[in-house]
Design a protein around this ligand. Structure first.
Ligand SMILES: Nc1ncnc2c1ncn2[C@@H]1O[C@H](COP(=O)(O)OP(=O)(O)OP(=O)(O)O)[C@@H](O)[C@H]1O
Ligand SMILES: [Mg+2]
Length: 411
């Protein structure tokens, strides 16, 4: 079917989608190159259809999502991408959508920020059996990312994301709440998560941090705006891309994220778990997004007997594969008031105190491990005062690198 690719009410381009393979098989006139999804232009300023398809298909629920196969079965569908067209590609994290060419409809009439939406898809993903009535597929759950079970809902006119836990410990929702408390204590911009228990299952609940006018652009897409040369680290590449785009304050925000991830031993800060915000209509960059999705941390899948603050085997992301190396990327600790770390581990005990999943022995082990990591961080800061524990990546000078001219692929 022929669609208009829309950004709010801005007609960005004409596209042809083949429903059977859920792919953009043709792009027509581009009316507003600057409004194309970030990272979808090639080095010569032309639309990159492969990148656009990756962006489009990446809007769908990932195949790794808990319970997606059963849900698709109930909806008589083969792949999650089929759901994209059922909600016009609308999302609660950005302002893009697709509109059939012959349909006259305004953004204000369809967007999920202002209009009600169906919770059918979310409920099916939460394993609720729906009655035989027709399932309403007009839902932002069709375009939500991530592997944990989740759904959007509306309460008092606000949009909330409800997210479950995994494994026998179901620790992610508790971890999100603890991470919120930690960041609150340290004065770090974050999405605030609270705990909800439904039918004995814990969930984290957070408000949509994207509003009617703004949108989240995840780091992965920012990194597609320039070619990364082999001699440039992922850390420096990200900073360079942000600088080329004119996004301010990213290094400082990354410093804060790396400190939090070190303290909670986060194992999954991949390139879609952080990013920047911009104003959709004006394309004005607003800076780093508040920190979200910190649940895959605090030894969430480590058996209690192996929970240790040192955590030598826990992997880190996105810049270095070990936390010891990654913390060396922090450019400055001057902003950090370490008094906020005093007794913070007891907050975790409080968060899990009624949990049937995290017993006392596990809670003790994790509290001890958090304390240990706080001590380790204080030692890192002491070493840094002596000029030690600084990554070589911090000394890279973009001004002297011809690879960064602000264009993606010069070849
Ligand atoms: N509060 C929010 N407001 C707007 N968008 C959000 C919010 N929280 C999450 N998102 C979007 O939804 C996506 C999925 O959410 P999240 O990362 O929390 O899920 P997850 O299942 O824990 O992910 P992962 O697979 O990385 O573990 C995020 O990458 C982000 O694009
Ligand atoms: Mg995520």
């Amino acid at each position: 079917m022929n669609y208009k690719l829309m950004h709010k009410d801005i007609h960005v381009a004409d596209i042809l989608i083949d429903e059977t393979v859920c792919a953009i098989v043709k792009t027509g006139t581009v009316y507003h190159f600057e409004h194309l999804p970030v990272g979808c232009l090639d080095g010569k300023g032309h639309i990159d259809r492969a990148a656009l398809n990756e962006w489009w298909r990446g809007r769908a629920i990932p195949a790794s999502r808990q319970g997606i196969q059963e849900a698709l079965c109930q909806m008589h569908m083969d792949m999650p991408q089929t759901l994209l067209e059922k909600c016009m590609g609308l999302s609660l994290s950005d302002q893009y959508w697709i509109c059939p060419v012959d349909l006259q409809v305004k953004w204000s009439e369809v967007n999920f920020f202002e209009n009600d939406f169906s919770e059918d898809v979310g409920n099916i993903l939460f394993r609720k059996k729906l009655s035989k009535r027709e399932i309403n597929l007009f839902s932002p759950d069709n375009t939500s990312d991530g592997w944990l079970k989740k759904k959007w809902n509306i309460s008092d006119g606000k949009r909330y994301l409800i997210k479950g836990g995994s494994g026998i410990n179901r620790q992610e929702p508790y971890n999100e709440v603890f991470a919120s408390i930690l960041m609150e204590r340290l004065g770090i911009a974050h999405v605030s998560y609270s705990l909800m228990v439904q039918e004995e299952e814990p969930y984290s609940v957070c408000e949509d941090f994207v509003g009617l006018g703004t949108e989240l652009i995840r780091a992965w897409y920012i990194m597609q705006t320039a070619k990364k040369e082999n001699h440039v680290s992922v850390y420096q590449h990200y900073l360079n891309c942000c600088e080329n785009l004119g996004i301010k304050g990213v290094k400082e925000a990354i410093d804060r994220m790396l400190v939090v991830d070190y303290l909670i031993a986060n194992e999954d800060r991949h390139q879609n778990n952080f990013g920047v915000l911009r104003e959709a209509e004006t394309l004005k960059w607003l800076g780093a997004a508040p920190i979200y999705d910190s649940g895959t941390s605090l030894w969430f899948s480590t058996p209690t007997a192996f929970v240790r603050g040192e955590a030598p085997k826990l992997a880190s992301k996105p810049f270095k594969t070990s936390h010891e190396e990654q913390i060396k990327l922090v450019s400055s600790f001057d902003w950090l008031d370490t008094s906020g770390l005093k007794g913070v581990e007891e907050e975790f005990r409080e968060v899990v105190k009624d949990s049937p999943f995290v017993d006392n022995a596990r809670s003790d082990a994790i509290c001890n491990a958090i304390r240990k990591r706080c001590e380790m961080l204080l030692k890192v800061i002491e070493e840094r005062k002596k000029g030690r524990l600084v990554s070589a990546d911090c000394f890279y000078d973009v001004e002297k690198d011809a690879a960064y001219s602000g264009k993606k692929d010069e070849n």
